[in-house]
Design a protein around this ligand. Structure first.
Ligand SMILES: [Zn+2]
Length: 461
């Protein structure tokens, strides 16, 4: 690189930074508008019009920035996806900007310290349902596009496909089912899934992996019916005792998940999750140990983790002096990238069958499985985005995982196997997404908007 190009790039970065900063009051008023729509995609809780108005607002806002064919598309679950596009200049790649306009319900209105549907500033943060998840990312995208137009002129350097989902928080899969039938409408070389966030404010972070999962229901049976614990207790095989013994084989003394045949010593290579921060985030009681022999990030993002979600046992109040003849437990096994759901299901089923004591009758039913996900780690888009984030935040980008899953990411990966997919956004942990008192840090909107603007400008080259 010659010194002239270096200076030119620096001045473009400076111009985009100034443009984004200048656009922040507009971002705030746009976000206030968006938050005022009670766009919970459940007609039993809120009128459908709230979602329709939010969708139309999003379509109009991106149309105003020069995207064409901005419209609402009905998806199989009845929700509307907003799609708007801008054709790629010859030879330039196309980038998908993903976000969703539906939100979680307020949950507990009384627990909110500010009005749920009115964007309210407090101590430098902006409060309101959806302020971060995911309406903050919608205005982040808008701000990036506005800054680009201000600095580079009306024609975007890359093709754009804006996709704003309408039922993400419901898990009803409308967009997931819509994607395969609308390959060309949504096609992009790089997908920015902006429904995540940095590890903490000011630390640019890619969400690199998502865990997959396997859910099963295991049933243990030992007797024809319940029997008096005094008259029969001792030799009579107790189904509940058998289940307790069986479930205890799924963890070792340190709390590591120990499903025979599944590795459990993987290591997370990216950002570490400090112990004290995790203890506080998870509300771990004083003096109680964290589980596992790895670091927090290993246990959370790199290794399998089993949880007993439910169990059929008599509640304490009302329980009788009786031996249980039958019991069920519902298990959730989270699996990191590198383990396939089929492999995990097979291993878990075999483990449960092999470790049931006393020849008790055991059956394992599969409830659901989902694949783990790995975002782009090394392509040209990833490279450009790393540089953009570093320029925006003044420090190199890092990586974290996410314990949960986003099935849509797997659909995109299967549909566009050649495309690079990256997960990021304005939803850092202080946002308290899905909880009462959700908020967003405006500096994250500003820095992420600058990152996306810088990325779109440089990726084209
Ligand atoms: Zn979200």
């Amino acid at each position: 690189m010659t010194s002239t190009t270096a200076t030119k790039e620096d001045s473009r970065t400076a111009a985009l930074r100034a443009a984004v900063k200048e656009l922040m009051p507009r971002a705030k008023s746009d976000l206030a508008q968006l938050v005022s729509f009670k766009s919970v995609a459940d007609p039993r809780q809120f009128p459908v019009e709230e979602c329709r108005q939010a969708a139309q607002w999003v379509a109009d806002a991106f149309a105003a920035e020069g995207l064409t064919d901005a419209g609402l598309h009905e998806t199989p679950d009845g929700s509307m996806a907003v799609v708007a596009r801008s054709k790629a200049p010859a030879g330039a790649p196309t980038v998908m900007l993903y976000c969703h306009y539906d939100v979680q319900p307020p949950l507990d209105d009384a627990a909110w310290k500010t009005p749920v549907w009115t964007l309210t500033e407090r101590d430098g943060r902006w409060y309101g349902r959806g302020a971060a998840d995911c309406k903050g990312n919608i205005v982040m995208h808008l701000t990036a596009l506005r800054a680009l137009r201000k600095v580079l002129g009306d024609a975007f350097p890359v093709g754009l496909t804006l996709v704003s989902e309408g039922s993400e928080e419901q898990g009803t899969g409308g967009l997931e089912e819509f994607v395969p039938g609308n390959l060309e409408l949504l096609r992009a070389d790089t997908l920015l899934i902006c429904d995540c966030g940095n590890f903490e404010v000011g630390v640019p972070t890619f969400t690199q992996t998502l865990r997959g999962n396997v859910n099963v229901v295991v049933t243990v049976e030992t007797l024809a019916g319940s029997m008096h614990s005094g008259m029969f207790g001792g030799p009579a095989p107790d189904a509940l005792a058998a289940m307790i013994q069986l479930l205890s084989t799924l963890r070792d003394a340190h709390g590591n998940t120990t499903v025979s045949g599944l590795p459990n010593s993987q290591v997370w290579e990216g950002h570490d999750y400090p112990v004290e921060q995790f203890r506080s985030d998870a509300g771990v009681l004083d003096g109680v140990d964290l589980l596992g022999s790895g670091k927090v990030a290993d246990m959370l993002w790199a290794r399998p983790a089993v949880t007993v979600l439910g169990m059929d046992v008599p509640p304490v109040v009302g329980s009788a002096a009786a031996i249980q003849p039958k019991t069920r437990a519902r298990l959730n096994l989270r699996i990191p990238p590198g383990i396939k759901p089929d492999q995990a299901l097979k291993a878990l089923t075999a483990h449960l069958e092999a470790n049931t004591p006393w020849h008790a009758k055991v059956t394992v039913e599969t409830e659901a499985t989902g694949s783990p996900f790995v975002g782009s780690t090394s392509g040209p888009a990833r490279q450009a985005m790393s540089e953009a984030m570093e320029a925006a935040y003044g420090r190199p980008a890092t990586t974290e995982g996410q314990g949960g899953s986003i099935p849509l990411c797997n659909v995109f990966a299967d549909t566009y196997p050649q495309s690079e997919i990256m997960l990021m956004g304005v939803e850092e942990p202080k946002c308290l997404i899905h909880a009462p008192n959700e908020s967003v840090d405006p500096s994250e909107i500003e820095n992420m908007a600058l990152s996306v603007a810088l990325f779109l400008a440089s990726y084209a080259e």
